[in-house]
Design a protein around this ligand. Structure first.
Ligand code: NAD
Length: 416
């Protein structure tokens, strides 16, 4: 593999490209290149064997000019401050593109959650929450799930925060279980947004969603739900993968059955009636729609030439490098960028927060209707700008996102 940028390197290059197009004030550009605040913490945890485990955790707050910080928490052995900083920046642009009143943040703990018991994960989560307690809160910074964290993790954060302040604060975190104030539709919201973007992208290309062929990289919350919704809407799922490898079936596979198989065996591989393929082959499958829904730097200058899909909808954050973006654009592949494609998650997180603050619980139909309207509007804005500026959808989305944040900074002014 050639030398690729780190996620933060990618985020800085994207910002540079948008700043150039926007003729951005150099001072504001300089402010946006770095997070407003970064905290690293050493999380000491009581492990099941009686020993102490020591983990590095962090919370990075990029920019809050448009509202409180918002962003997920990731548990993964490769979590670094570089990665979390990039993810926090992408959150700022994402909330801005969607016109949601939040700023961008992200958190992470460098750990191997697959090798930890439920009790150890609970201890880790509660200790981490205590250590970043001063930074978070319903009007400061509102965490949510990301890779290898889920609704249960959010419930532990809510409880730890609530115990510290002495009363229940469901609005301090989103992506919670419904039983403790979670929103209907949050679990599937990111993937719903990914598929709404695909549906909208099909229109100008004269393609039909129904019958389109799909490949999905990553079979976690985003990947599996994106495959399921696409299947429900009539698409044919040809290939999917997870960290263990991929599977392919020319006739199309049933994502529900693949999910059952993954629950039983821990992976999608070796699913009956499919052929095992590599992760690389999943990305390069001949199909209409590709959904990268795993981690960063999946599509690089090394493999971008071999991507055959007509539409890419980025479920993951940062799956494509700037060099790969150029190659895909030249090859006339329509790429719906992460800060738009996967923004359904933060949009319904925002609805969850609003419901919590109002002490309300909206029905699923209402949540989905609001999500649909927001996604279609944002897609339309970004697509129109990309046509006007003759640029990629990514640059158009960044122009919209960065531009609105820059306006907010200028309007607020600097004080003291
Ligand atoms: P998850 O932990 O539920 O799933 C991650 C999946 O990726 C797992 O199936 C894992 O096996 C797979 N994976 C890991 N490495 C892989 C590899 N090299 N090749 C193929 N598969 C691999 O996480 P998630 O919440 O689904 O998040 C996935 C991506 O979507 C991340 O980039 C995350 O930041 C982004 N995202 C998530 C949300 C959300 O609401 N959960 C919202 C916006 C963006």
């Amino acid at each position: 593999m050639g030398k690729e940028r780190t996620p933060y390197g990618v985020a800085l290059e994207q910002l540079r490209l948008a700043a150039e197009k926007l003729n951005l004030d150099p001072g504001i550009h300089a402010m946006l290149q770095v997070p407003k605040r970064s905290l690293t913490v050493t999380v000491a945890v009581k492990m099941d064997n009686g020993k102490i485990g020591v983990f590095q955790g962090m919370r990075v707050q990029h920019m809050d000019a448009r509202g409180p910080f918002k962003g997920g928490i990731r548990y993964h052995p490769n979590v670094t401050l570089d990665e979390v900083t990039a993810l926090s920046m992408w959150m700022t642009w994402k909330c801005s593109v969607m016109d949601i009143p939040y700023g961008g943040a992200k958190g992470g703990i460098c750990c191997n959650p697959k090798g930890m018991s439920r009790n150890e994960l609970e201890n880790l989560t509660r200790r981490y929450t205590s250590m970043i307690f001063d930074l978070i809160g319903p009007y400061r910074d509102v965490p949510a799930p990301d890779v290898y964290t889920d609704a249960q993790t959010m419930a532990w954060i809510m409880d730890t925060y609530s115990q510290r302040v002495g009363y229940s604060v469901p609005e301090c975190v989103t992506g919670k279980p419904i039983s403790v104030g979670g929103s209907e539709g949050r679990n599937e919201a990111t993937s719903m947004g990914v598929d709404i973007c695909v549906r909208e992208a099909c229109k100008p290309l004269g393609m039909k969603f129904k019958g389109a062929t799909v490949a999905v990289q990553g079979y976690g919350n985003v990947g599996w739900n994106a495959a399921k919704i696409a299947y429900d809407w009539g698409a044919k799922i040809l290939a999917v993968s997870d960290s263990m490898g991929g599977i392919y079936c020319k006739e199309g596979l049933n994502p529900y059955k693949v999910n059952e198989h993954k629950k039983k065996t821990g992976s999608v591989v070796n699913f009956k009636g499919t052929e095992n393929i590599t992760n690389a082959e999943v990305l390069e499958t001949k199909c209409d729609i590709l959904v990268p829904a795993a981690l960063e730097n999946a599509i690089t200058k090394e493999n971008a030439h071999r991507i055959k899909a007509k539409i890419i909808s980025e479920g993951a954050n940062g799956p494509t490098t700037p060099e790969a973006d150029d190659i895909l654009y030249e090859n006339k592949i329509m790429l719906v960028p992460d800060i738009l494609a996967n923004a359904g998650g933060v949009t319904v997180s925002y609805y969850e927060w609003v419901q919590n603050l109002e002490r309300e619980h909206w029905p699923l139909e209402e949540v989905n209707k609001k999500l649909e309207l927001k996604m279609v509007k944002a897609f339309g804005d970004v697509h129109a700008l990309s046509k006007k500026e003759k640029c990629t959808m990514r640059i158009a989305a960044l122009m919209l996102g960065v531009g609105r944040v820059a306006d907010a900074i200028k309007t607020l002014g600097l004080w003291p």
